[in-house]
Design a protein around this ligand. Structure first.
Ligand code: ZN
Length: 147
């Protein structure tokens, strides 16, 4: 097993056992989006409190498999306190990392998400959180679907 693969497995286990910012709606949440991955049945609502262009707080609710839950947990942890621009850059970086297209940029520990590429059928579980985040940033009302 490669180091990255080991780190990935560890991250999924840890974030799935103790998801961060899970089953909570932050005080004053003003941006929301609902995402659904029909391939696996994962569904999450992402709630953001955005003030002065900064993500002050974030929470997510719903249910999904270990990969989608861990990815959502990691996403909330990494965007808290970020500006909208920084969050958008992280979304693009993770998206490019998982689709292996384009610039990835500075992702820090989010790089471990690339471990999911060894399981192509689960990539949509990992991207769901990020597509839902992007929809929340745009305050989209329609359901985000990974299909
Ligand atoms: Zn899933």
């Amino acid at each position: 097993m490669s180091d990255l693969r080991a780190l990935y497995e560890q991250m999924i286990l840890d974030h799935n056992r103790k998801p961060r910012n899970f089953q909570r709606k932050p005080e004053g949440a003003n941006r929301h989006a609902y995402g659904y991955n029909p391939l696996c049945g994962d569904e999450f609502t992402v709630n953001l409190t955005v003030e002065d262009g900064v993500i002050k707080d974030v929470g997510f609710e719903g249910a999904g498999c270990a990969i989608s839950t861990a990815s959502c947990s990691l996403m909330t942890e990494s965007i808290k306190g970020k500006t909208l621009k920084e969050a958008e850059a992280l979304f693009r970086g993770v998206h490019n990392l998982l689709t292996q297209e384009g610039e990835v940029g500075e992702l820090g520990k989010l790089k471990v998400l690339s471990g999911v590429r060894d399981y192509p059928s689960r990539v949509k579980c990992a991207t769901l959180a990020w597509h839902t985040l992007q929809a929340a940033l745009e305050n989209k009302q329609e359901t985000v679907c990974t299909e």
